[in-house]
Design a protein around this ligand. Structure first.
Ligand SMILES: Nc1ncnc2c1ncn2[C@@H]1O[C@H](COP(=O)(O)OP(=O)(O)OP(=O)(O)O)[C@@H](O)[C@H]1O
Length: 216
């Protein structure tokens, strides 16, 4: 059996038969403790690839597996922590209430006071703030805590650094390094080559005309 937490095998995607291919034969394996970074300009297909990997978008051809299972199965979903562009927090609820709600959904015991992610991202002082009142960067940090509270085996995060200040970039890259050290698989994207510096230990690919090319 493969040791990939996340695996794409020869994935092709086009949204309409009369439009071009967004992804052309993408294969990818993300292993425990391994960081994978996919860079590419706006519109190159990064979000499409992530959405396919986590089972939110169907590939036109090819296979995607999460720990060997189709990504839409509940067991596969539980293995994933996902942060895409839009927030999954309820604006009317406080950060604390949002985290408690997601913990209940996942059926896990959870206390934000004991959550290292909340601590590392500096979220503690915003626990009693309504999510709708948070700035973009703080809402993003709260979404990352939301994605990690059930201790998934893979973190899939679209453009982790976009819109974050320097302190948040440092805190988040440190957090991702620690997650890798503890054996999580982390898959991130970025439109900026600068992310390569912040995530030096990540295996880096660039999307070029729908194909993944390894950056050495
Ligand atoms: N739901 C959709 N229906 C039709 N076309 C889509 C859809 N989602 C994305 N596309 C198209 O697929 C291509 C890749 O888009 P995608 O959002 O995956 O790129 P991206 O690299 O994540 O871009 P960005 O950096 O701007 O977020 C674009 O041409 C986009 O217009």
């Amino acid at each position: 059996m493969s040791d990939c937490v996340l695996e794409a095998k020869d994935v092709w995607k086009r949204y309409d038969w009369n439009r071009g291919w967004v992804l052309r034969g993408v294969s990818l394996c993300s292993r425990p403790g391994q960081g994978v970074l996919v860079i590419g300009p706006n519109g190159s297909g990064k979000t499409t690839l992530l959405r396919i990997l986590v089972g939110l978008t169907r590939p036109s051809r090819g296979t995607v597996l999460v720990e060997g299972r189709p990504p839409y199965l509940p067991e596969a979903r539980r293995a994933l922590g996902v942060v895409l562009h839009h927030s999954l927090l309820y604006d009317e609820l406080t950060v604390r209430e949002n985290l408690a709600y997601y913990a209940r959904l996942h059926g896990v015991e959870y206390s934000p006071e004991e959550d290292e992610v909340v601590e590392v991202l500096g979220l503690r002082r915003y626990l009693d703030t309504r999510a709708g009142d948070l700035s973009f960067g703080w809402k993003k940090r709260a979404n990352i805590a939301r994605a990690l509270l059930h201790r998934p085996r893979a973190l899939v995060i679209d453009e982790p650094f976009t819109g974050l200040d320097d302190a948040a970039v440092e805190a988040l890259s440190g957090l991702m390094r620690e997650l890798l050290r503890r054996g999580m698989a982390v898959l991130a994207t970025s439109p900026q080559k600068g992310a390569v510096d912040a995530l030096q230990e990540f295996t880096t690919f660039v999307i070029e005309s729908g194909r993944l090319v390894r950056v050495e």
